[in-house]
Write a protein that binds this ligand. Structure first.
Ligand SMILES: NC(=O)c1ccc[n+]([C@@H]2O[C@H](COP(=O)([O-])OP(=O)(O)OC[C@H]3O[C@@H](n4cnc5c(N)ncnc54)[C@H](O)[C@@H]3O)[C@@H](O)[C@H]2O)c1
Length: 500
């Protein structure tokens, strides 16, 4: 169905003569460079472009962006470095049948990732897809199936997978470097200010909003956020909050270090979008975002456990002595993973650094160094060895899945606001290798430091979900199962794993 849509589109647009130059280009003899199309040329797309420009194996032949201005700026930048200007198109379907393209890399907003990847692989292209690889669980499964069915290289943009520091540290963990490790805590303590008041804002003139919306609901050319680009991260129609934005880097490392190769069996989250009334000094203020900026998610994997903490407010952690020892500072953003072993701790404190501590928090070892994740993708495109990919679709699916499952628990019960005491009482019975009470206490302290009046703006306690990791369905929540996919718009339907 999807392939049909894509093909129907290409044929009709060719017939209309709209893509005449594309037709000519598609006949061009491929040379020995890997022909790239970069799809989504915003902030992160710029990093993709830089990587391809710096690798002599590639030539950027197309830029796809629904924002003509951004696309043109990127084309100019590429022409200066590459000596050849890529062609700019707005609709990715126009480039997918081009023989001059061997691979795509995509840095569109999250709601487009999976459909773009599925279409690309159906068209025989390899695909580098930004994290989170999907906007929902079924999309991740579809990408895994498509990569297998069409024998394509599919790399997800969790670049830490290629960084020497993280690779060496994960090996050290697997070899028992800090003893037995069953519990990891992922942190996204990253200040996120309000994105502005909810309202009706025009879509920028240069943007084709129908194409931008794609698989998501079309909101009749207006949006409710002031800044069109980037801030979609905090609107659930398109983004996945910070649990699904920064989160997939850390959930991926946590899962990797614990040696977990499946989904969790049960999940519960609590949190809210809090603190912006105090930030704006207006008790009636309504921020345009609708994802949690404060969220704790507990994932039970049977004998192992991951807890992920998202904090978007105050990042002064001066009262958290343990954390400050592990991260070496008592203020500022803290983004990373802490592994708790029987003989010590391992803290991933940046994209290219991990530190090992003994049980008394004495530093005993450090791992440093980055790597070339884009290069690893190109190596695999050339060797055709999917096993050589450092972050294939399956890894991307599991790690993005952690965010999706945590968010579903929260979304399902968003209206279920509760007192801290009531949440503590429920968490007492939630199976976890964490001290659930202590984590809640720290979260509450953080909110109080940010002047959140929890009496007036309480936390929501999510639903305790039971998940069947093989069937990829909840066993105790029909409403939750509906959130494993979305209602797609005609022409932008991401097939499920059986339909790719
Ligand atoms: N791996 C990393 O470290 C990393 C870092 C930053 C962002 N990201 C990911 O990259 C993605 C993009 O983030 P960003 O900050 O660049 O967002 P952005 O909003 O600044 O840029 C997105 C771009 O995609 C374009 N776009 C939207 N729909 C499109 C479509 N259908 N076809 C072609 N272009 C389309 C937009 O016009 C815009 O130029 C996100 O999914 C984000 O999670 C990854």
């Amino acid at each position: 169905m999807t392939q049909l849509n894509r093909r129907t589109f290409v044929h009709s647009s060719l017939a209309a003569g709209a893509a005449l130059s594309l037709g000519v280009r598609a006949q061009a003899a491929p040379n020995d460079k890997i022909g790239m199309a970069v799809i989504g040329a915003g902030g992160r797309g710029g990093s993709h472009i830089e990587a391809w420009l710096n690798d002599p194996r590639t030539e950027i032949r197309y830029i796809v962006d629904v924002d003509e201005k951004k696309g043109n700026d990127r084309c100019r930048q590429i022409e200066q470095k590459q000596g050849k200007r890529p062609e700019l198109v707005k609709d990715m379907r126009q480039v997918l049948d081009s023989k001059s393209i061997d691979a795509i890399s995509t840095a569109t907003p999250n709601h487009w990732h999976a459909l773009c990847g599925v279409w690309a692989m159906q068209a025989g292209k390899d695909a580098y897809i930004e994290k989170p690889i999907s906007h929902n669980i079924n999309e991740g499964a579809a990408l895994v199936a498509a990569a297998k069915k069409y024998a394509r290289m599919c790399q997800v943009g969790t670049q830490c997978r290629s960084h020497a520091a993280i690779r060496d540290a994960m090996k050290f963990l697997a070899e028992g470097g800090i003893g037995e490790v069953k519990f990891a805590r992922g942190l996204c303590y990253k200040r996120r200010k309000s994105i502005g008041a909810k309202g009706d804002y025009p879509v920028p003139e240069a943007v084709d909003f129908n194409l931008w919306s794609g698989p998501a609901q079309y909101t009749d050319p207006k949006v409710t956020r002031k800044q069109f680009h980037y801030d979609w991260h905090w609107q659930r129609l398109y983004g996945n909050g910070d649990l699904g934005n920064q989160g997939p880097h850390q959930t991926d490392i946590a899962r990797w270090g614990l040696g977990i190769n499946t989904h969790p069996q049960s999940i519960i989250s609590y949190g809210g979008r809090l603190g912006y009334q105090a930030e704006r000094k207006d008790p009636a203020y309504v921020d345009a975002g609708d994802t949690a900026n404060t969220e704790v998610s507990i994932y039970d994997y049977g004998d192992k456990c991951i807890v992920f903490e998202t904090r978007g407010l105050d990042v002064n952690n001066s009262d958290d002595a343990e954390l400050n020892r592990l991260f070496g500072s008592d203020s500022g953003n803290k983004i990373g993973v802490i592994f708790y072993g029987s003989e010590g701790y391992l803290a991933q404190t940046s994209y290219a650094q991990c530190t090992v501590f003994d049980r008394d928090f004495n530093k005993v070892k450090e791992f440093n160094g980055g790597g070339d994740h884009f290069g690893n993708f190109l190596d695999a495109c050339q060797s055709r060895d999917a096993k050589s990919l450092h972050a294939d679709a399956w890894e991307g699916h599991l790690s993005a899945g952690i965010s999706h499952l945590g968010n579903i628990s929260y979304y399902l019960n968003e209206a279920n606001t509760a007192s801290v005491e009531d949440i503590a009482a429920v968490l007492k019975d939630v199976k976890s290798l964490d001290d659930n009470g202590a984590t809640l206490e720290r979260t509450v302290k953080h909110l109080q430091r940010s002047q959140v009046d929890l009496g007036k703006y309480p936390l929501s306690l999510g639903k305790l979900l039971k998940f069947d990791p093989q069937a990829e369905t909840f066993t105790n929540s029909p409403e939750g199962n509906e959130m494993l996919t979305r209602n797609y718009r005609d022409g932008f339907v991401c097939p499920d794993s059986h339909g790719v």
